[in-house]
Ligand binder design. Structure first.
Ligand code: HMG
Ligand code: MG
Length: 321
């Protein structure tokens, strides 16, 4: 297999199905199913699995059981070198100091704050102005770093906003700069409603590079509303990005932006990268099995074509045996 010369030799996948996927479900998935999902994803070779959110349960009842999920995962979290010798990470979202305290009490080692490039979504998602959101993250990030935690910062609505329309690159750049200055290890550029195109991705990454933000501190997070998430992700990889977010089975969305649909399916990403000679460490068959298992629990098939085709193929192989 020849590697596409414009792509990195290896990609770090930041798996978000248990958090981004399950936060948007109409029903609440039991904690033991969530914990099993995380364990299966690790078993498939994913080493960073965003597990839950310590947000106000009144806002996101689907993830109100974050403590219970982390407690069920204690045995798995106690085996840090479980997969291919790589350390495992189980990040969780924290919206404020209260969330950080809850996360720390649950033994969480990696937290994510989440800001917005636009004013309207800051209010919808965090009930504060864009600037207040950033100001309130300063003590959260400072405290998390003082405790030695990993800190990622999401920036939502980087490529378009359902209320405000087009988003200025300068706004995205300045929010990213402020989050990195306050101490975040990396920023993840969220295309919350899945409207980005490859040209926009190149322009945004160019703007960040011109502002002096190194590619190693940027991740990308594409939702797939227009079916462009994979193209956008590959474009970002060809611009030097090496951390990409994806969700097993393509589940995902945001309860506070109704036009948000599923994330890039991890299976679509792994299929494409395997075909381009890029290493991910993921066992695609086990991952598909996991997404089919999860889809049965959610009561509807995965939107990912790769999942559907590979699941049918493995069923066909079993019935031929
Ligand atoms: P608020 O109502 O302004 O909060 O919400 P508050 O500070 O006024 O507190 C209200 C009550 O909530 C208080 O209770 C707090 O204690 C409690 P009371 O004293 O009245 O009994 N509270 C909490 N309880 C538990 N854990 C907490 C917590 N914080 C407050 N952490 C707040 C502000 C930020 C809390 C709220 O807006 C919130 O929780 N928002 C979360 C929204 C969310 O989770 N959105 C989805 C994730 S972001 C996303 O999906 C995008 C992403 O995928 C990237 C992309 O695609 O773009 C990351
Ligand atoms: Mg998202």
């Amino acid at each position: 297999m020849h590697r596409r010369p414009d792509l990195p030799a290896a990609v770090r996948i930041w798996e978000v199905a248990p958090r981004d996927g399950l936060q948007n479900e109409p029903s609440v998935v039991p904690a033991r199913v969530k914990a099993e999902l995380v364990a299966r994803l690790v078993g498939a070779g994913l080493t960073t699995v965003e597990t839950s959110s310590f947000v106000d349960p009144a806002w996101v009842p689907q993830l109100a059981d974050a403590e219970e999920v982390f407690s069920l995962l204690e045995p798995l979290r106690a085996t840090p070198d479980h997969v291919h010798g790589a350390a495992l990470h189980f990040p969780a979202l924290v919206p404020n100091l209260r969330g950080l305290e809850r996360a720390v009490s649950s033994g969480v080692r990696d937290v994510c704050v989440f800001a917005s490039a636009t004013e309207t979504f800051a209010w919808k998602n965090l009930n504060r102005s864009r600037d207040e959101v950033l100001e309130r993250f300063v003590p959260v990030v400072t405290e998390a770093k003082a405790r030695g935690l990993g800190v990622r910062a999401y920036v939502s609505m980087c490529f378009g906003d359902p209320w405000e329309g087009p988003v200025e690159e300068a706004d995205v750049v300045s929010v990213c700069e402020r989050l990195l200055e306050m101490g975040a290890d990396e920023v993840s550029l969220g295309d919350t409603i899945g409207v980005a195109t490859t040209g926009q991705v190149v322009d945004m990454l160019d703007a960040l590079a011109r502002a002096g933000v190194p590619a190693r501190r940027i991740a990308v997070h594409f939702h797939d509303t227009y079916g462009q998430a994979l193209a956008n992700t590959l474009t970002a990889l060809s611009c030097g990005i090496t951390t990409v977010d994806a969700s097993a089975g393509g589940i995902g969305g945001c309860p506070f932006a109704k036009s948000a649909t599923g994330n890039l399916a991890t299976e679509d990403l792994c299929w494409a990268l395997a075909g381009a000679g890029v290493s991910t460490g993921v066992d695609l068959d086990r991952l598909v099995e996991t997404s089919v298992w999860m889809a049965e629990r959610l009561g509807r098939p995965s939107p990912s074509k790769v999942v559907r085709v590979l699941a049918q193929r493995s069923q066909g192989t079993r019935s031929e045996q």
